[in-house]
Design a protein around this ligand. Structure first.
Ligand code: G3P
Length: 216
């Protein structure tokens, strides 16, 4: 399973990258706004900065919802860097746009996916990635990991090439469950990635080793 970081924060992207385990980055309008990125020029510069930091796929989301404007915006985003993947919402015009981008050699990530049916449509349109939001599904009383299992199974049976990118990760256990469910990628907040490091027995064991090392 590949690890992406789900943030537009350059310091966090750098920290995850320095761990040596980072394969890519996903952003969304909420994450960009959180970093105070406003206006086309600043947005383009920020994506360039992320591409300079990480040599992997970087999802950049369109802000429009009608076919013609999604295409116009997506082409500009894709021109920023070869690693940019255009993130398109799971709506009717979004699916049409994903098909257009696929036919024109631009890779896409279909976002805001909450059902297997939506994932099938995105795969049929040729999306490179489909992003089910598992945390938001859990938040509403359903089972996000179960959806990942179902989509992974369908894509395998049907031979779809679209990769399953588990998004809206809330904790380290989500990452473990997505790995077990066969997700191709998990896009995570930095704290969930760092949470994988933690075990109290590791801390106790290391403290004892360091104490005994003084006697060596
Ligand atoms: O980038 C999309 C997704 O990961 C958003 O997560 O935490 O806002 O549900 P969240």
């Amino acid at each position: 399973m590949k690890f992406f970081i789900d943030t537009a924060n350059l310091a966090q992207i750098k920290e995850a990258h320095e761990l040596g385990i980072l394969d890519g980055v996903t952003t969304n309008p909420s994450l960009m706004a959180k970093e105070g990125i406003r206006g086309e020029e600043a947005i383009t510069k920020h994506y360039k900065d992320i591409c300079d930091l990480v040599d992997g796929d970087i999802s950049a989301e369109v802000l429009s919802t009608d076919f013609a404007t999604i295409i116009e915006e997506g082409k500009k985003l894709a021109d920023i860097h070869p690693n940019i993947v255009v993130k398109v919402p799971m709506i009717k015009d979004g699916i049409k746009a994903i098909k257009w981008f696929t036919d024109n050699g631009i890779r896409t990530n279909c976002t805001l996916v909450f059902s297997a049916g939506q994932a099938i449509l995105a795969a049929k349109a040729g999306a490179a990635y489909v992003s089910p939001f598992i945390g938001r599904i859990d938040d509403s009383g359903w089972d996000g990991v179960q959806l990942i299992e179902q989509i992974v199974q369908i894509f395998s049976i049907q031979g779809y090439k679209t990769e399953v990118l588990a998004a809206s990760i809330r904790n380290p256990n989500h990452i473990i469950q997505c790995a077990a469910a066969g997700a191709d990628i998990c896009t995570c907040p930095l704290e969930s990635i760092l949470g994988l490091l933690k075990h109290p027995l590791t801390d106790i064991g290391l403290a004892k080793f360091l104490e005994d090392a003084k006697k060596m």
